[in-house]
Every structure is written in structure tokens, then in C-alpha cells.
Design a protein around this ligand. Structure first.
Ligand code: NAD
Ligand code: MN
Length: 481
């Protein structure tokens, strides 16, 4: 069977041209597909097409745009099994995790489809006699969406759906390591009958296309999810043109475990949040901060539980953890493990690339636990984005909070406790945008605002009603009658 080709999509047409390979990180002999490798000119054509499509699309009624979003969701739902399997093959996460993500993408489209019939503006009474005033929502214009590989369907969905329902037109640039999941959404837009030019999709190197997106005249706003390095670059460049920007970037998320916590579920939540999806979630836990009284017992239990995790090809039943997404990511993880060895000593479990048999076909790393980590160490400060847990010891709750907040990042955080008073102290005091209690630090829903604080994020939040703040503007109207 020949390798399938997934071309770029500009102005309602599939574009022939150069391609790049999308490989399966669990079995690198498998090329999942060949994807369109766009140029800066393609971005310009896409942005121009989006500009031309804007007047008609933005003039369409909200409910009519919503009807198209429902259709997109239905198409994705019909292809649910295929799209989920594609995701496991291109990104490496396990099939159940991929299914969870595709289900979420479908729900996101339905949620924002409904928003088309609400799109609430603001109405307020005037101080003046016989004046009626209100503010309605209008689209921002052409928006650029730049997405990472780790949630290759949900992140494109949670940017595209609110962008479209608000009446914007779009140029999307997916991550090269896992572009197929986003491509499936674009395919669904095409099949649903979204008018030409409204959605454009250009894959290829971020280095080339990023600058083209930031500089394309029609583009008025950019929503980016990815690394701090690239996000900060976009911030600087996009500000020169006064673009509206939304940046979701890295994290070093803590889970605090207090001595009064339900011990078993605290262990489970820490292992789940650190290792599932191979630690490649922006909201993954990478620092576990444990109160002194239970420290030794907790470390022992976490190590025992971690050793039971099954690493392998995520298409197989019973596998807990798949590979790193590509060789570069695996090398980064292994490099941090070496740094950890020097700083904190030999890990209590893991610490190596997995080799032999089918492992040799992919980028598999053992789930790794470092204990006796202190706040100054590199493995306690820098984002690793892999299956590595750093455990720190806290004297008490106050010390744990101090350690947790002692980071430049502030994406997610978790507390394991049964103490109501400490729970509220934590909720108000923790410096993070996504805060959980007695749950893993990862695992969010689309109905509420999503995003971090401090260096993790910039601009309005994504998802839930907050998404409208980025993808629409207010127009304020005063009428004398
Ligand atoms: P990345 O920054 O390397 O890439 C993200 C996207 O930006 C890709 O599409 C890439 O091609 C593109 N890009 C690369 N160079 C560019 C440039 N100069 N201009 C414009 N775009 C460019 O990140 P990644 O490796 O794909 O993803 C992992 C990172 O994403 C981690 O740091 C993780 O924490 C972060 N992340 C954050 C969230 C969040 O919501 N905060 C969610 C998921 C991932
Ligand atoms: Mn891939």
C-alpha cells in the first residue's frame, strides 16, 4: 500500500506540492503519511483567502455558523475510531487516551456550536434619558492558529471552534510531529461545507511559516500553544504589528501531598499526572512535594506503583505509556535524566531508554523517579516534558506552598489533602491558572477557562466562555429614541 498524502488546504482546495514524513514514534519503520510542506507564499495565499472569505462568513448568523460546527462534530464522530487510531500512530499516546482526546474535540465543536445561538454581548441602563445602549460582539478578523503535537486534535479544536463561531476566518499551522489529527478536523470542515477560504491549513517548518504568519498583513490575531521559547519570540514580533495574541506555554507543575491525604489516591494521582501520555501534557505533574511525616512511605509507594506501569506501543491493549513523540524529545528527556543523576543521585526506578525487541523500533523511555530533589536543582526548575518525576520534601504545608510557588511557571497545580482549611489556603495562595484538589494536575474540561499564570501564559484564557474574549471584540452602541 502506498503512503497516503495529506495535502495543505488553501481557499477551499487541496494543494499539491512538496511533502514531509509523519512517522510513528512507537514504530519508526511506519510512515503514517506524507504531509504538505508549505512555504511562506502558501501562508500569504492562505491569509489572503481568509481575508476574502471574511465578509460573507462574519455576516452569516451565529446559529447558521453553529449548524456547520454541529456538522463538523458529527463527521468527526462518524470517523471516531479511525481518527483515534491515527492519533496513536502519529503521536504515540495510548489508544484509550487518543479516544478520550477525540471525544473531547467532538464535544468542543458541539459546545461552541451552541455558542452561536448565545454570543452574549452586554446591555446596561444609560444615565441619560431615552438612550438605549448595548455592546455586541464582532469578530477580530483573520486569525492565525499555531498548535503543538502533544494534544494534536484537542488544541486545534479548542482554537478553531471558537474562532469560527465568532465569525473569524483562519490560517492554521499544525505541529510537524503530529499533523494528521488536525488535518482530520480540516477535512471535516471541508466535508461539512464550510465556505472556501474560511479555514486554511498549512503544514511545514515552524521556523519558515512562523515568521510568515506573524508578518502576513491580513492576520489580526495569533493564538499559539507550545514552548516558551517560540511563544516569547511570537510575543516580541507580533507586538510590532499590535496583533492580538494568546500564548499557552510551558509548565513545571507541582502536586503537593499532605500527611492527611488519602494515601492510596494520592499515589495514584501523582503517578497518573506524571507519567500518562508519557509526561507530555502541559498540565502534567513534574514536581511532587511531600510532607515530611509521610515522605519515606510515599516515595516507596510511588516507586512500587511506577514499576508496574507497562510501556509499549499504545495500539496494544494493556499499555499504560507510549513512546516520546520523536527522537529529539527522547534525547531531551535522557539528557535531563543525566542531569538528575548528577544532582540527586541514581533514580529509584527507571532512568534509561528501553531497548530490545519491539522497543528498538521506537523512542521509549522508562518512567523515572528521582527522590531527594531540592528546589535549586535543574530537574526541579526546568520543564522536561517526559516521564520524569522529581520528589521534594516539605517540612509542613507552608513550606510546601513556598516550594510549589517557587517557579517562574504557573500552569497547573494539585493538592492532595482531606483538610478543608488547607485546601482553601491553597486555592487562594497557589500561583497557577488551573488548580485541582484530590485529582491529578492534568485532566481539564472544555466548559471552563483554560490557561496558566506567570511565565506559562499570556493573554486571555482559552476554552469555555473565556474563549470569546480572545476571538471577538465588543462594538458599543448608543441610541437616542
Ligand atoms: P514548539 O514551541 O516547538 O512548537 C509549537 C508550534 O510552534 C509548532 O507548530 C511549531 O512548528 C511552531 N513553531 C516553531 N517555530 C516557530 C516560529 N519561529 N514561529 C511560529 N511558530 C513556530 O512546542 P512543541 O514542542 O510542539 O510542544 C511542546 C511545548 O508545548 C511544551 O513546552 C508544552 O509545555 C507546551 N504546551 C503548552 C500547553 C498549554 O496549554 N500551556 C499545551 C500543550 C503544550
Ligand atoms: Mn509523528
Amino acid at each position: 500500500m502506498s503512503t497516503p498524502i495529506f495535502p495543505n488546504y488553501i481557499d477551499g482546495a487541496w494543494v499539491e506540492g512538496p511533502t514531509f514524513e509523519n512517522r510513528n514514534p512507537a514504530d519508526t519503520s511506519e510512515v503514517v503519511g506524507l504531509h504538505g510542506k508549505g512555504s511562506a507564499e502558501d501562508i500569504q495565499r492562505a491569509a489572503d483567502a481568509a481575508q476574502s472569505a471574511l465578509p460573507t462568513w462574519s455576516a452569516m448568523s451565529g446559529p447558521a455558523r453553529g449548524a456547520l460546527l454541529y456538522k463538523i462534530a458529527d463527521i468527526l464522530d462518524r470517523k471516531f475510531e479511525q481518527i483515534s487510531a491515527d492519533m496513536t500512530r502519529e503521536e504515540g499516546k495510548t489508544l484509550p487516551e487518543a479516544k478520550g482526546e477525540v471525544r473531547r474535540s467532538i464535544n468542543i465543536f458541539r459546545y461552541f456550536a451552541g455558542e452561536g445561538s448565545r454570543m452574549a454581548g452586554v446591555m446596561a441602563p444609560s444615565e441619560r434619558d431615552r438612550v438605549h445602549m448595548f455592546a455586541l460582539r464582532k469578530p477580530v478578523g483573520v486569525v492565525g492558529l499555531i498548535t503543538p503535537w502533544n494534544f494534536p486534535s484537542a488544541i486545534p479544536a479548542w482554537k478553531l471552534a471558537p474562532a469560527l463561531i465568532c465569525g473569524n476566518t483562519v490560517v492554521m499551522k499544525p505541529a510537524s510531529a503530529a499533523p494528521l489529527s488536525a488535518w482530520r478536523i480540516i477535512e471535516a470542515c471541508h466535508e461539512a461545507g464550510v465556505p472556501k477560504g474560511v479555514v486554511n491549513f498549512v503544514g511545514g517548518s515552524g521556523g519558515t511559516l512562523g515568521a510568515a504568519i506573524v508578518n502576513a498583513k491580513p492576520i489580526k490575531a495569533i493564538s499559539f500553544t507550545g514552548s516558551c521559547e517560540i511563544g516569547n519570540w511570537i510575543h516580541t514580533e507580533a507586538s510590532k504589528r499590535h496583533l492580538r495574541i494568546q500564548l499557552e506555554m510551558g509548565g513545571k507543575n507541582p502536586t503537593i501531598v499532605l500527611a492527611d491525604a488519602d494515601f492510596g489516591s494520592a499515589v495514584e494521582n501523582c503517578v497518573n499526572a506524571t507519567f500518562f501520555s508519557t509526561g507530555q501534557k502541559c498540565t502534567a505533574t513534574s514536581r511532587v512535594i511531600v510532607e515530611e511525616g509521610i515522605y519515606d512511605k510515599f516515595v516507596a509507594a510511588v516507586v512500587e506503583r511506577t514499576k508496574k506501569l507497562k510501556v509499549g506501543n499504545g495500539m496494544q491493549a494493556g499499555i499504560d505509556i507510549g513512546p516520546c513523540v520523536d527522537e529529539g524529545q527522547m534525547d531531551t528527556v535522557l539528557r535531563y535524566i543525566e542531569i538528575g543523576r548528577k544532582e540527586a543521585g541514581e533514580p529509584l526506578t527507571g532512568g534509561h531508554r528501553l531497548t530490545g525487541g519491539d522497543y528498538d523500533k521506537g523512542y521509549f523511555v522508562e518512567p523515572t523517579v528521582f527522590a531527594n530533589v531540592t528546589e535549586d536543582m535543574v530537574i526541579a526548575r526546568e520543564e522536561i516534558f517526559g516521564p520524569v518525576m522529581a520528589i521534594l520534601k516539605a517540612r509542613d504545608f507552608q513550606h510546601a506552598m513556598q516550594l510549589a510557588n517557587g517557579s517562574d511557571f504557573g500552569l497547573s497545580a494539585s493538592l492532595q489533602t482531606t483538610n478543608l482549611s488547607r485546601m482553601f489556603e491553597y486555592i487562594y495562595g497557589i500561583e497557577a491558572g488551573l488548580v485541582t484538589v484530590n485529582l491529578p494536575s492534568a485532566g481539564v474540561e472544555y466548559q471552563l477557562p483554560f490557561g496558566g499564570s506567570k511565565d506559562s501564559s499570556f493573554g486571555p484564557k482559552e476554552q469555555g466562555p473565556a474563549a470569546l474574549e480572545f476571538y471577538s471584540d465588543h462594538k458599543t452602541v448608543y441610541i437616542k429614541y
